[in-house]
Design a protein around this ligand. Structure first.
Ligand code: BEZ
Length: 190
């Protein structure tokens, strides 16, 4: 169904239709999902939240002039994210920073309080910063939105990326959205 969606979207030149915009085509409706960003693209501008919903971080502004890692997870406190994905970045944070990484950001479609609690629980201060994307603004702009009914609905695929002065220079999106393979910390070449 998804490939039909993309083919029709391309044919109709509607590849930039907003996320889940219903597209009326003869007698049935389609839902369009954004195409993912790629290496060489600029990191999109999006408002994320750190610690509280009131603390707004424009991610495109935040990464200007820096080399950073951003990794996205399906959800705070989920078993795979807590036991495997996050620990890899926490363990490697010092080494990655010695090699020129200014910041490591973890992003999820959760609220800012949950993201802060997850960071505090993992004693991540000074290693990884936790940014909340509660309304999928960043996930949709990256094209990594992913429906995960067991987590309650639309979340983010699992991914990692390196962003150098605003440009995406490495990008690893898990092919099935939630697996723990290419997006792990050891997959980045720093
Ligand atoms: C996880 O453990 O990371 C996970 C669990 C359920 C859905 C997606 C991810």
């Amino acid at each position: 169904m998804q490939s039909v969606t993309f083919r029709l979207a391309t044919a109709l030149k509607i590849s930039s239709v907003p996320f889940r915009t219903p597209v009326k085509f003869n007698t049935f409706h389609l839902s369009a999902v954004n195409m993912a960003v790629k290496v060489g693209d600029s990191l999109p501008s999006a408002e994320l939240h750190e610690d509280t919903p009131q603390t707004k971080i424009n991610i495109a502004e935040e990464v200007k002039g820096k080399k950073v890692i951003i990794f996205g997870v399906p959800g705070a406190f989920t078993p795979g994210c807590s036991a495997t994905h996050l620990p890899g970045y926490l363990e490697k944070a010092a080494e990655l920073k010695k090699k020129g990484i200014s910041e490591i950001f973890c992003v999820a479609v959760n609220d800012a309080f949950v993201m802060k609690a997850w960071g505090d629980h993992n004693k991540a201060e000074g290693k990884v910063r936790f940014l909340a994307d509660p309304n999928l603004e960043f996930a949709k702009k990256l094209g990594v939105e992913h429906e995960i009914p067991v987590l309650g609905g639309w979340r983010s695929k699992r991914y990692s990326m390196v962003v150098d002065d605003g440009k995406i220079t490495q990008l690893n999106i898990e092919p099935d959205g939630t697996g723990l393979s290419c997006s792990l910390a050891e997959g980045l070449k720093i």
